[in-house]
Design a protein around this ligand. Sequence first.
Ligand code: CA
Length: 236
Amino acid sequence: MTEAKILVVEDEIPIRKLIVFNLQRSNYEVIEAENGKDAIQLVQDQSPSLVLLDIMLPDMDGFEICTKLRETHPDLPIVIVSARGQDMEKITGLELGADDYIVKPFNPLELTARIRSVLRRTNYNGKKQLPVDIIKTGPFVLEMKTQRLYKAGRLIKLTAREYQLIKLFFDRFNEPITRDVLLDEIWGINYFGDPKTVDVHIRRLREKIEADPSNPEFLKTIWGFGYCFHGSGQEE
Ligand code: CA
């Protein structure tokens, strides 16, 4: 029985074979693409549970693919694989909504561990049914089953990461949460990126949920501490 289907997008055959070998050994079903066009087609046709995305590809770069995939599959977990120094700033900013990134050369065991962690956090695996459950506060309704957020009845498109963030805030209304706790809970205890990643995601989330993102009504900054979501606390 396989764990989940992973799409590996990588044009360098030896690297791709190494990744595929290790994923298969960890019981993942693996499909492969060597360019962006095939990758986008495979996501449409075969609904992978996660995409492992190289940056330097022959037809379009990984950032462009990530953006295109996000348009059609906002919840699909995407892990970017990049050579050291390759547009690092852009990757650490995670402006494109990737769920994690891994730097080449990587330890194959770490790669599978990171994939497992992303899959667990994002809960995307189609086989797994989440319980029917909703959280309501103020104008917001969060549907856990579909991982959808509505504000005043209007659907707000969230990435997998943004869903995890909002879910955490909704579980802890009116409770100040530090950046470190957010990093541990959302990005995982072994995350080695920049803590500013949290701020970038909070800013993007505010742009989606706040009427005036620079003067937030719900998702407030606690200076020198972290963030706090002001909710009415009514659940279910
Ligand atoms: Ca490449």
